[in-house]
Ligand binder design. Sequence first.
Ligand code: GSY
Length: 175
Amino acid sequence: MKNKAYLSLGTNLGDRFENLVKAIESLKGYHEIELEACSSVYETDPVGYVDQDRFLNMVISIRTSLTARQLLEVCMRIEEELGRKRLIRWGPRIIDLDILLYNQENIETEKLTVPHPRMLERAFVLIPLMEIQENIQIPRAEKSLAAYLQEIPDREGVQIWKRKNGEGVFALFEN
Ligand code: GSY
């Protein structure tokens, strides 16, 4: 499959780990999507609206024959199937599936902006992304990911929660 995309997953409601597993299983259920790599799972302090529970976050890379627009629709469908309700804009959520990167493309439409507009400001995205691809090139970025990360004050709020290749149910994510 010719396109490569990176997705960010986040959850802070219900059984957070199960939400991640279900989202990844759903993505793998599409024959147009091939899971390539998963980061570890991180527990992270909420960013934005801070009066809410801690998140589990991770990043995955996929290969896909879907266009970016189709991939967005798949992500939104999975969010809905897992029961996400959009109540408070930055508030608690069962699952959030964001497209970070799609090839090296710059996409700006009403529904989708890629690279994700806030990805370089979020330690909960940069840390798992760097784990799976440290030297990734981000369109229009002027510095390395490590340099962006150094500028984020709350990076201590991102802690490893389940290490990749660790024991147990995390193996579910492997191909
Ligand atoms: O952008 C995704 C939803 N979200 C998150 C998140 O996934 N993790 C953390 N730590 N804070 C967040 N704030 C929002 S909104």
